[in-house]
Structures are given as C-alpha cells and as structure tokens.
Write a protein that binds this ligand. Structure first.
Ligand SMILES: Cc1ncc(COP(=O)(O)O)c(C=O)c1O
Length: 343
C-alpha cells in the first residue's frame, strides 16, 4: 500500500465483491459506516421520495426501531411499529423496513411477498440482512426489493467493528440522496469546490474516509462465502439447525425448554432460539463454566448462532450436550443474578 489510490475506491470494490452474495449487481453495493448509519441514510432518502407512514415490526432489532423513531419525529411521519405488518400497510405508506431473519426467533421473512405488499401500499421496501447474508441465499434484484443494509461481522465473518454495507436498486439511485453530504460522495472530490454535487452511482451514499483495515476483512469474508457457495452453505446450515432442533426435542424439552425458532427449515435462518424461564443464568453459566458462547435475548431466549462456514456438527452437538448437562446438574443456579453489561 502507498496512499490514497490504493484504498480510496475500496468501499465500491468490496461492495462489488459482496454483490453476488446478496444477489445484487456490481455498482449497487457500498461497504461503509455501520448498519445503523446506513439504515438512517437509506430510510431518510426513501422519505424524500415517498409520502406517508413508516411501517416496521414491533419486535425488530432495537437500532432499526430507534432510527425509524428518530426519523418519524424529525420528518413528521406516522410510525407504525406492529406485529401484523400486512395489516399495517394501509396507504399512504412511504417505507416498510423489515429484517430478513428475525434477530431473536430466527424466523425468515418472505422478501418478494412482503416487498410486493409494500409496493401495493405505495412504499419502498428496505431490508436488514444482518442475520441472513452469508448463511441464507439473498436475491435482492430478483426479489423486487428497493433498499437493503446489513452488517459484516456475523455470517460474513469480517470481525467486530468491520464496516456495514448498503444496497440500492440501480433504477432508484438517481432519485435518492444521502442526508449526509460528505466529501467522499462528491463528483470531483479533490477539486474541493464550494457546492455539494454527488456522483451518480452508489458512491453518492459515501460520507467520509473509509475504515480500510475493516474493508480488507470484508473483502476476505465475501471471497470465502463466494468460494464456499451460498447454496452449499445453506444446505449445511439447515442440517446444523435441524440437528439442534432434534437435540432440543430429545434432551432439552424434558428439562423445561421450548423451541423459539420455526420448525420448518424453510421458515428459519441460521440461528436457533432455545427458550427457558432461567435463560439469563443459563447463558452466563454456559459462558463461565462450559466454554459455550450463546447470546441471551430478552425475555427468555438462549440464542445459538451456527455460522455454517466454520461450525462443525460436533460443535453443535457439544453445545447442546453441555447445555443439557449444565441444567441437569443445576450449575446455572449458582450464577448470581448479576448485572453483566453484555448479554
Ligand atoms: C438486525 C440488526 N440490525 C442492526 C444491527 C446493528 O448494527 P451496527 O451496530 O453495525 O449499527 C444489528 C447488530 O447486531 C442487527 O442484528
């Protein structure tokens, strides 16, 4: 590496590398900023071109809901945070924002169907792919979707703090404008002129200097997923989650667990949610005493993420076996109901 020219276009180049993983075309994906910031940029841009309410799921990931709450206040829009999305799409609706895979339950949304419903209400459809891309096939172009965002530190394996991505359907690009008028989107960036004049392409959603080390990790992560093949990864992922579901039924259900994830493999993503009234203490006990690292998700879920690219079947088996032994032995009952900041 020398200077500028070695990395200045990385957000676009890495976006092009990621495009096939999410079923998008080259020139439509940008890797930059965080998922939160990208969601804000795209939702704001959508509200510029569509009138009406914002619709999202009441149980969606917090940052998505907070961004939409802030935008609803700032832009004077009605925000419908609901369980029944289809019923809430009474026109006029400007924006439908949904997660492809639910962060808690692992339930998989039907992107073409929900996008079509959004379009019938006059809305643009914005998808959060954080829990799907890299483990579940995503076909953005074919689905009819308009906009998408996602992180790269889950199934794209780029590590904590790696930059997120955003996608805009190319037909929409000329009509949409980022609310952050940064110099990296400027047509003649180094002319440093007086007026903001963004480029025509996806680069118009850039803001400032990209995180180069994180981008290098995203490029590697995307290449690994492409090499493994998303269909093969999905097959393995379904087999992994099916194994955990079967072990739940055999070992955990008699101990008071309930499955929080759809049983139909076509309706779930790559994680499994195991519900138990003592989920928080069980999660702490798994981390502290069993060398298993799940996530606790309120109110009662133990979430096992099973990235198919590196999770072995024996790992999935051991993770449930250790959980069973731990609960049978009452190890979790010794964990003090504490105040761990991260769950
Ligand atoms: C569905 C979903 N959206 C957004 C985020 C937040 O992303 P970021 O911290 O990159 O803004 C997460 C983080 O886990 C997530 O799971």
């Amino acid at each position: 590496m020398t200077a500028w020219l070695d990395w200045i276009d990385l957000p676009l180049e890495v976006g092009d590398a990621l495009a096939p993983v999410v079923g998008a075309q080259a020139g439509e994906v940008l890797v930059a900023d965080s998922t939160t910031v990208n969601l804000y940029k795209l939702a704001h841009a959508a509200l510029d071109v569509r009138k009406g309410a914002i619709v999202a799921r009441a149980g969606d990931f917090p940052t998505d809901r907070y961004v939409l709450q802030g935008l609803a206040v700032a832009r004077g829009r009605d925000l419908r945070l609901v369980d029944d999305v289809a019923a809430a799409l009474a026109p006029p609706v400007a924006l439908l924002c949904l997660s492809h895979v639910d962060y808690r339950t692992g339930a998989l949304e039907d992107v073409p169907a929900m996008t079509a419903a959004a379009h019938r209400a006059g809305a643009l459809a914005l998808w959060d792919l954080s829990h799907s891309a890299g483990a579940v096939p995503v076909e953005l172009t074919a689905s009819g979707a308009d906009l998408a965002v996602g992180c790269t530190y889950k199934y794209l394996n780029a590590g904590p703090g790696s930059p997120a991505y955003l996608w805009v359907r190319s037909e929409l690009l000329p009509t949409l404008r980022s609310p952050i008028w940064g110099w990296f989107a400027q047509r003649d960036q180094f002319a440093m002129g007086p007026e903001y004049d963004p480029v025509d392409g996806i680069g118009r959603f850039l803001a400032g200097t990209p995180p180069v080390l994180g981008l290098a990790a995203v490029e590697e992560g995307a290449a690994l997923i492409a090499e493994a093949g998303i269909e093969r990864l999905r097959d393995k992922s379904v087999a992994l989650t099916s194994l955990v579901v079967a072990l739940h039924d055999a070992w955990l259900a008699p101990l008071g667990f309930e499955l929080g994830t759809p049983r139909d493999p076509d309706r779930r993503g790559a994680h499994v949610s195991l519900r138990h009234p003592d989920a928080w203490r069980i999660c702490r006990a798994l981390i502290e005493h069993a060398d298993v690292v799940p996530d606790f998700r309120r109110p009662d879920s133990i979430r096992y993420g099973l990235p198919p690219i590196y999770t072995r079947f024996v790992d999935a088996w051991d993770a449930v076996d250790r959980l069973r032994r731990l609960v049978e032995g009452g190890v979790h009952l010794q964990v003090e109901a504490g105040t761990a900041r991260v769950t």
